[in-house]
Design a protein around this ligand. Structure first.
Ligand code: ADP
Length: 285
């Protein structure tokens, strides 16, 4: 964090105006890529977990990463905000460009990267602090300007949890339900004004009603943010995402590979690869 830090750009594309998904009679306009991955291979020690992944992730869309367990979805999503840096044995080869900038260039500050590209995990992980302090933590650390009460309220409103917690902001976040905790974690990511939100199976610990709330929230947030979600729930990918990347894991070498990447509707209704079809129709998995 010393020396010349690269300042990563904030948003570059106008917000999606109507928030509609593509349909056969109304094709989606091509979106500007926010990430460009080229030949990305991630190793843990000597062993590749996912190999030679090349694709673009569009801005202001929801991109779903799907595929059987162990195909490298979590590994890959962690490349997008350098979370793999925190795993000592992990090494990322290839190029990950974010707004055309090499995310792994030595001068790029990983802390700044994780502010712009926030992450929400499988299990809600609030800090053992009050609801208020959970949200205020990031803005305080970053020295963000503005009225903290307003910053906290805005983030909680944005994450559709304000009405449920506004009268108990000073109580411990552990007193919230699992679904509320997950929306709190989304609010915490939003409070530092990110550009992208990565979600690694954000609903897998939640009941169907809480899952529905998170999905509704994702649909609202994609008007302003680019979202990448790992999900093992194919219905969820079909419901919420604009584009889907299907990965599989080779039975011989146990390395994950990207098989197909397309509009979600195409991946689920007219995939071009027989392995995708077998997976989305539930024949294998
Ligand atoms: P998925 O999210 O698709 O289930 P993962 O990215 O979690 O897949 O895992 C892909 C492969 O990488 C698996 O073989 C897994 O065992 C391995 N792996 C994941 N995390 C680590 C780690 N921290 N250290 C070593 N191997 C790992």
């Amino acid at each position: 964090m010393v020396g010349d830090k690269v300042t990563l750009p904030l948003t570059v594309t106008p917000a999606k105006s109507e928030g509609e998904k593509a349909s056969p009679d109304k094709p989606r306009e091509p979106r500007e890529p926010i990430f460009h991955l080229e030949d990305v291979t991630v190793f843990y020690g000597d062993k590749a977990a996912v190999r030679e992944v090349t694709f673009d992730i569009a801005a202001k869309e929801i991109t779903a990463l799907i595929g059987p367990s162990g195909c490298g979805k979590s590994t890959l999503i962690r490349c997008l905000n350098r979370m793999n840096d925190l795993i000592p044995s992990a090494r990322v080869d290839g190029k990950v460009l974010y707004h055309d900038q090499d995310l792994y260039a030595p001068e790029v500050d990983a802390v700044e990267v994780r502010k712009r590209i926030g992450m929400v995990f499988q299990k809600p992980n609030p800090f053992p602090k009050s609801i208020y302090d959970n949200i205020a933590f990031g803005p305080r650390v970053l020295g963000m300007k503005g009225d903290m009460d307003e910053i906290v309220e805005r983030a909680l409103v944005h994450a559709a949890v304000w009405d449920e917690v506004k009268d108990r902001l000073k109580t411990n976040a552990f007193g919230m339900s699992g679904g509320q905790q997950q929306r709190l974690c989304i609010a915490r990511a939003l409070a530092v004004e990110p550009d992208v939100i990565l979600m690694d199976e954000p609903c897998s610990a939640l009941d169907p009603i809480s899952t529905g709330k998170i999905e509704d929230l994702m649909m609202q947030l994609r008007e302003e943010f680019s979202i990448v979600i790992v999900t093992h729930n194919m219905q969820q990918a079909a419901r919420v995402s604009d584009r889907t990347a299907f990965f599989t894991v080779d039975a011989e070498d146990r390395v994950g590979r990207l098989v197909e990447y397309d509009d979600t509707e195409t991946v689920f209704t007219n995939p071009s690869d027989s392995r995708t079809e077998a997976y989305v129709t539930g024949k294998v998995g």
